[in-house]
Design a protein around this ligand. Structure first.
Ligand SMILES: NC(=O)c1ccc[n+]([C@@H]2O[C@H](COP(=O)([O-])OP(=O)(O)OC[C@H]3O[C@@H](n4cnc5c(N)ncnc54)[C@H](O)[C@@H]3O)[C@@H](O)[C@H]2O)c1
Length: 248
């Protein structure tokens, strides 16, 4: 931090997912200590053991603010204050308004918006103590496009993540903390390989000018860029990563 050689600590949410795991690997390769969070402690332990090195997992359901506070206390005790928070956990729903139940709406908002708020709120005091921090929020092209295949609740939740990014960036810049987002589209994870029909996948692929889906490692690369010491003058930015599907 501040050019010091101290090893930084990153916290990655949804770290047992495909993208979260790619982000964890990339941050470890960059020399950070990584704390993985997700729902299942056993799965996290297996993944951390496979990865080896400066990594451990702490299970936490992000929709429960008390559980989040407890997890952050455990993490701080084991690894000190977190320097880099990657808000990656999220759930997809492809239902448009007519087929979205109120339960589904609340669940998507709870994970994709409330969970991000709870963990960010719990982590920020430690960053303030250090006078340095990087927060990276996973939004989506769906926030800007209205959802090509993604549903209403998901698209709205990812729009909220963009607004939250702007709000936090304005609030935290003077504390040395940058807050940025990524708006990816169609990363080759189960959200694409399992939650789209063959027809939807083919139709989407035909529309992507780059002519392929995004690899998880490519998105992890953007996370590493934003987490870097030298990215300190970038805040309140949403980086598009969509293979040319959308320009703004
Ligand atoms: N895959 C894509 O094409 C794509 C595109 C744009 C944005 N994104 C976003 O990237 C992020 C990661 O997506 P992915 O494709 O790797 O999904 P994924 O389903 O593989 O991983 C998401 C992880 O979040 C965890 N999670 C869900 N609810 C949780 C909760 N309440 N508490 C803690 N953890 C919880 C899951 O257990 C899972 O491991 C998501 O926010 C997603 O919206 C993905």
């Amino acid at each position: 931090m501040h050019g010091s050689t101290e090893r930084k600590t990153a916290l990655v949410t949804g770290a047992a997912g495909v993208l979260g795991l790619a982000i964890t690997k990339a941050l470890l390769a960059k020399g950070l200590r990584v704390v993985m969070t997700d729902m299942d402690q056993t799965r996290l332990d297996v993944l951390a053991a496979e990865l080896g090195g400066e990594v451990f997992g702490v299970a936490c359901n992000l929709t429960d603010p008390t559980e989040v506070e407890r997890a952050v206390a455990t993490i701080t005790e084991r690894a000190g204050d977190v320097d880099v928070l990657v808000n990656n956990a999220g759930i997809l729903s492809n239902n448009k308004t007519a087929t979205t139940s109120s339960e589904e709406w609340r669940k998507v908002m709870d994970v994709n918006v409330n969970g991000v708020f709870y963990i960010t709120k719990a982590i920020v005091p430690g960053m303030k103590r250090k006078g340095w921090g990087r927060i990276i929020n996973m939004s989506s092209l769906a926030a800007k496009s209205g959802g090509i295949t993604a549903g209403t609740a998901y698209s709205t939740s990812k729009g909220a993540i963009i607004s939250l990014t702007f709000s936090l960036a304005a609030e935290l810049a003077s504390a040395g903390i940058t807050v940025n987002g990524i708006a990816p589209a169609y990363i080759r994870t189960p959200m694409v390989t399992a939650q789209l029909s063959d027809e939807q996948r083919a139709a989407v692929l035909a529309r992507i000018p780059v002519g392929r889906f995004c690899e998880p490692e490519e998105c992890a690369h953007v996370v590493c860029f934003l987490a870097d010491e030298s990215s300190g003058f970038i805040t309140g930015e949403i980086i598009d990563q969509n293979g040319g599907l959308h320009f703004d």
